[in-house]
Write a protein that binds this ligand. Sequence first.
Ligand SMILES: Cc1cc2nc3c(=O)[nH]c(=O)nc-3n(C[C@H](O)[C@H](O)[C@H](O)COP(=O)(O)O)c2cc1C
Length: 190
Amino acid sequence: MSAHRKERRIVVGVGGASGSIYARQLLDILVATTHDIAVIFSAHARRIWQDELGSDPAAVDCPQYDVHNFDVPFASGSNACDACVIIPCSMGMLGRIAHGTAEDLIARTADVCLKERRQLIVVPRETPYSRVHLENMLRLTDAGAVVLPASPSFYGRPASIEAAVDTVVARIVDHLGIPYQPHTGRWGAS
Ligand SMILES: Cc1cc2nc3c(=O)[nH]c(=O)nc-3n(C[C@H](O)[C@H](O)[C@H](O)COP(=O)(O)O)c2cc1C
């Protein structure tokens, strides 16, 4: 690791599924850490972010990479990122990753994580799931990814959409090994 590199390089891929708020809240947490954070939006993700959040995804405060640009360090296994989170992950993106198409920078970054045994977390958002979706999730799990659905919990009685979203985001942050205090606390903690 270079002397100038921050602790870990974490790439966030934002797919074209509903649930841009999950990506926004994860990015808000990650950019406040000392980790080296980068984000890639799919074309549909940009449009959905604008529609759902009413803000320009270009304003996200961390380095952004064009989804069609492969001239990026972490597109190669020789300079892989340490972790990649695909959030929200559309079923299209899930299928592309599960089948190794590596046809855009998000799918390629995920593919590199799988082959280099780096951490890959996919956060699928669709309902209901077809057999195809479920089989693709199983393929990814078998290949070493963590499938962490956008399924909020309610036992902490989240009082807002943001607090409900945080119940999912907190689990992702836990998997990344980053200290975090969830909005609704933790089960069994006083
Ligand atoms: C407004 C809107 C919402 C969508 N929501 C979902 C969704 O929740 N889950 C999903 O799998 N696809 C959803 N799609 C379809 C995907 O955007 C589409 O299949 C796309 O090709 C997925 O690829 P991407 O993740 O690379 O953008 C949505 C599309 C639009 C326009």
